[in-house]
Design a protein. Sequence first.
Length: 274
Amino acid sequence: MEITIIQAILVFVVAFIMGIDQFSFLESLYQPIVTCPIIGAILGNFELGVVVGGSYQLIQIGSMPIGGAQPPNAILGGIMATVFAASLGMEATPEGVGAALGLAIPFAVFGQYAVTLTFTIMSGMMAKADQCAENADVKGIRNINFMEMAILGTLFGLLAVAGLYGGSALGQTLQNFSFQFSWVMAGLDAAGGAMKFVGFAILMKVMMSNEMWGFLLAGFAMALLCSANATTSGATLILCAFVGAAIAIYDFSINTKIKANAGAGNMGGDSDGI
């Protein structure tokens, strides 16, 4: 796959913006489900980008920074997964992108290093930021933030462009390698598929509480029933989402009424039969 200068510039701009968004804009633009389709469109295969983004989002769904510890970066991992999928000529199916997901993990680690390097550099500027805050120097604080954004965005952009050219150059080599050593690519495919379940398991470990298990099992049963029915199998995810949203809305409204009644001092009595 040949890369034009326009494509390289667009990938740099996307990676620059997404790198800043992850820690500064906080609009969730950096999530793979957003980034990968954009990169896929730049590379001429939007549908493949959507499939890769959905698969890689499941891997990253439970990854979150804790203190100074940074997980493998979702931005570079998603970009490179899309690049490898396009370079290898994979079909836009979940089964066809497993190997690309496995190949992208080392680049996600590079993104992790870029974040750690930026934070290390900017840690020396915190004393200056404190001085600006004491002096009510809004411009100084703004410039420090702009500096951090520029460093992080540039690092992400350069790594993304380097990975773009490197991944494209490796595309034909990897294709030939896959023909000669199909068991290696099969292993990468299996690893990429397993990582999606690992990501969701990490999320459940963080968020899951005892009272939520009933909803999980009910949703699992509903998904199985919908997918087994030919008339509903194509809309299984949407149907489960609607039922989940209905339960959430009902639970929120009930809890809101309970809190409102408790705050008003209405604790029940003979008049309402309690």
